[in-house]
Design a protein around this ligand. Structure first.
Ligand SMILES: Cc1cc2nc3c(=O)[nH]c(=O)nc-3n(C[C@H](O)[C@H](O)[C@H](O)COP(=O)(O)OP(=O)(O)OC[C@H]3O[C@@H](n4cnc5c(N)ncnc54)[C@H](O)[C@@H]3O)c2cc1C
Length: 487
């Protein structure tokens, strides 16, 4: 029997499998729904090339979900994706690899009533262990020998340079290192990216593939977990589906690293969730828990513009302007041919989303409602952010294509709805908190409250909005939990 069975070979799952299997006496089995390759350069070009964002609309290696982003009387719907491949969403994403801020971890620790495991000082060693920062690795708060290379564009394209110059002209300071520990986090700076020679370096390439020959590590790709098996309150195995049919695999400890959407839906389908909702779908209740009752994500408003002939960058975003809870993102890739896009994202929204099952059948995607812009605070902050972004655009030689945001707040809010999108950073569906917190699904070490032998280790557990993109923090979560599991 396997000691630890990990569901999901994505950003967190690959880190966990590699770190736990460092102990030769610990057997680890990693199950991934999508395909895998045996070496980093075996990945298809579309997955390797960091500028392919999004990867092709009909690509095989994606999970796709219909979502409702907001509803002010008129529903704003859309579609989101997640990586369905070894490396998970890290194999298809924008390669932006920035740490969350010290203030985020202070908020996270407040939610727990403890600063033991998730204060900034406690997590900094895990961030450092994960990275090989080629620009700032010699500084004390950075890693120089971790599995993930981190670098900033040395030769940015004209669009990025013009953006940085425009930010300086408006009066925003330059931040050479967005992962710096001390000092202000407000300003414009080059984006730390997890790439090498223009290729994405996911945790599959950085952590997992180099250790595939360990005898105590089994990696099974093209294998979907459909349900967790329980004996009383103890998780004892999983039912899986693969090309040869169905099978039950048993383990001492099961870890869900299937991402914030699939870890939650797997728990719900297995009977862990809101008892009333589960019974209505005919799912026997194993344990009542607030799975999917809260999640957060970064709403993003898009401003389209044209600016000379586009030049090919090596990453989708070379510079970013961070202003407390706002990020302004000058994408170097054109999502529509010939049109450039400035993303204006709210990083600490108060509006929270909800995820529920529509049916017990795993083939039917869950209901996902982001409920963006439902808090007045978020509308006010985004209106101010759009004004700032417009001011920066005015200082660039850009021809703005998006209709300007109207002045009166009510009309401006309708405009925000019309231009609304998502950063695809959904997190918190199985949030962390103490046992007496009725919003909490897992404890401080990611173990599911009220059950044994079952943990969730991925972006599902984060209990607060993060001020930066979540990829680097997902890696850190897995590093930090692996360290505690090994003690
Ligand atoms: C298009 C896109 C662009 C993004 N860009 C950035 C960016 O530039 N910077 C940033 O910081 N963040 C970015 N993100 C977000 C970031 O990539 C994710 O938040 C992060 O990778 C989540 O890691 P995870 O381990 O929680 O889940 P994932 O990396 O999604 O891993 C989950 C894995 O579990 C597998 N799985 C799911 N269900 C099952 C099952 N039932 N059985 C077996 N396996 C299963 C999946 O196939 C997947 O491999 C982006 C996300 C997307 C989708």
């Amino acid at each position: 029997m396997t000691d630890t069975l990990i569901v999901g070979g994505g950003t967190a799952g690959c880190v966990l499998a590699a770190r736990l299997s460092e102990n030769p006496d610990h057997t680890v089995r990693l199950l991934e729904a999508g395909p895998r390759w045996l070496a980093p350069d075996g990945f298809p070009a579309e997955l390797l090339d960091a500028t392919r964002l999004p990867v092709g609309a009909d690509a095989l290696w994606l999970w796709r979900y219909p979502v409702t982003l907001a509803d002010d009387g008129v529903a704003i719907t859309g579609n989101i994706v997640r990586g369905k491949v070894i490396g998970g969403s890290g194999a298809v994403n924008g390669s932006y690899f920035a740490r969350a801020t010290a203030a985020d971890f202070a908020a996270w620790s407040r939610e727990l009533g403890s600063s033991k495991t998730w204060s900034f000082d406690s997590v900094l060693p895990a961030y450092c262990r994960s990275e090989r920062d080629v620009d700032f690795g010699d500084r004390p708060w950075h890693g120089r020998s971790g599995p993930i290379p981190v670098r900033r564009s040395m030769n940015p394209v004209p669009l990025s340079k013009q953006f940085a110059t425009a930010c300086a002209a408006v009066g925003f300071p330059a931040i050479p290192d967005l992962n710096e520990v001390s000092g202000s986090v407000d300003g414009v700076g080059p984006v730390p990216c997890n790439t090498e020679g223009g290729n994405r370096v996911s945790t599959a390439s950085g952590y997992l593939l180099p250790v595939l020959d360990r005898p105590n590590l089994t990696v099974q790709a093209d294998t979907s977990v459909v349900r967790i098996r329980f004996r009383g309150p103890r998780a004892v195995g999983v039912d899986v589906l693969h090309d040869d049919g169905t099978e039950t695999l048993w383990a001492d400890h099961i870890v869900l690293s299937a991402g914030a959407i699939e870890s939650a839906t797997l728990l719900l389908r297995s009977g862990v969730g809101n008892a009333e909702h589960l019974r209505a779908l005919g799912i026997p209740v194993v344990h009542s828990a607030p799975v999917g009752a809260w999640f957060t994500d970064h709403p993003e408003i898009g401003l389209d513009y044209q600016l000379g002939a586009p030049e090919r960058a090596t990453v989708p975003m070379e510079y970013v302007l961070g202003l407390d809870d706002i990020e302004i993102r000058p994408y170097t890739v054109a999502f529509t041919p010939g049109v450039q896009h400035l993303g204006v994202a709210l990083m600490r929204p108060q509006s929270a989303g909800v995820l529920r099952l529509r049916a017990a059948d795993p083939a039917i995607p869950p209901m996902i409602e982001h409920r963006y812009l439902s808090a007045e605070h978020d509308r006010t902050r985004l209106r101010a952010a759009v004004e700032t972004a417009s001011e920066v655009l005015q200082r660039m030689p850009a021809h703005v294509r998006t209709e300007p945001m109207p002045g009166p707040p009510r009309a401006a809010d309708a405009w925000l709805h019309a231009n609304l999108a998502t950063s695809q950073h959904l997190s918190g569906t199985c949030r962390m908190g103490p046992a007496d917190d009725d919003r909490a699904v897992v404890d401080e070490l990611c173990r599911v409250h009220g059950l044994t032998g079952l943990s969730v280790v991925d972006l599902s557990v984060v209990p607060v909005p993060l001020s930066r993109g979540p990829q680097a923090t997902t890696v850190m979560i897995a590093e930090n939990v692996a360290d505690h599991l090994r003690r």
